[in-house]
Design a protein around this ligand. Structure first.
Ligand code: ZN
Length: 289
């Protein structure tokens, strides 16, 4: 079974890279960084019917609900064919993907959503602020990274969910966990993955790191809601039931593609807390660019 999946994966990824060339929705972005972000990996089961179908530096999750599939995040535009090849390598039909959940309106997690939605017929699901950015394919006017500029393929079919809303499909119920800060539209997603009688709480966490373009200040009036957002999101991560943490960038959760260490979400929050404290101290000391 593993051998077949790996063979299918190798055929799938080879075919996908050829087909992508003149498709406007999979046009490559950030080619240099993509070498690390899109490091190919075979699909992998996390627990129960939850899988990873993404890359070495960007997470993409797949959940088989028994009544359709759910994908979380879409990586870069050029990543879409490889994601779908990974879905197929696990024996699933991409056309069964009903929803694609988004963690944030940035090109590295949302760039591939337009192609994935087109190729699968799925509806993209995001927070109101997330949906705004994904529809436009651009960063929001208040985004701390706005000065970097850049656009990516916009998503047409979107469903907006609010904090705490539960998305039910088949045997799976996924809860939207608002985790603002990195962007004001950032959303994490939590669900229970079961194998027989054993169930584990899984969290797919949005990025919680303070990243800005040069000149931006969290200590300014414009930055204050972001700081408050980060603090609320860190508390949210502390409190969430969390047996398995998948983070949007896997290296932010430690070694490997996900963490099943006890307290993984609290450790993720602590890391974010440390980075924010360091950043705010730097702004106060005048050592931040
Ligand atoms: Zn981001």
């Amino acid at each position: 079974m593993k051998t077949i999946a790996l063979a299918l994966w190798m055929i799938g990824t080879a075919g996908a890279s050829q087909a992508a060339t003149d498709d406007p929705l999979t046009k490559p972005m950030a080619v240099e960084r993509a070498k690390e972000w899109l490091k190919p990996l075979p699909p992998e089961k996390v627990f129960g019917t939850s899988y990873l179908v993404g890359f070495g530096g960007l997470s993409v999750a797949l959940i088989d609900t028994g009544a359709g599939l759910v994908l979380i995040d879409g990586a870069l535009p050029q990543a879409a064919p490889a994601i779908l090849a990974n879905v197929r390598a696990l024996g699933f039909d991409p056309k069964d993907i009903k929803y694609i959940l988004s963690t944030e309106p940035h090109y590295d997690h949302g760039g591939g959503l337009a192609a994935l939605a087109r190729d699968t017929g799925a509806t993209v699901v995001a927070s109101a602020r997330g949906a705004e950015g994904l529809r436009a394919g651009a960063m929001a006017a208040d985004d701390p990274q706005l000065a970097y500029g850049g656009t990516w393929p916009g998503v047409e079919r979107l469903r907006v969910v609010t904090d705490g809303e539960v998305l039910k499909l088949g045997r799976i119920a996924i809860t939207a966990q608002a985790t603002p800060g990195h962007t004001m539209g950032s959303m994490s997603w939590s669900w229970s993955a079961c194998e027989g009688a054993i169930c584990k709480a899984v969290v797919f966490a949005s990025s919680l790191n303070p990243v800005t373009a040069d000149g931006y200040r969290y200590t300014s009036a414009a930055g204050a809601p972001f700081v408050a957002g980060f603090e609320a999101s860190q508390r949210r991560m502390d409190a969430l039931p969390c047996d398995i943490l998948i983070s949007a960038h896997p290296d932010n959760a430690g070694e490997g593609r996900y963490s099943d260490k006890p307290g993984a979400c609290r450790a993720y929050a602590d890391r974010a807390r440390g980075l924010l404290a360091k950043r705010l101290a730097g702004e106060k000391a005048g050592t931040v660019k």
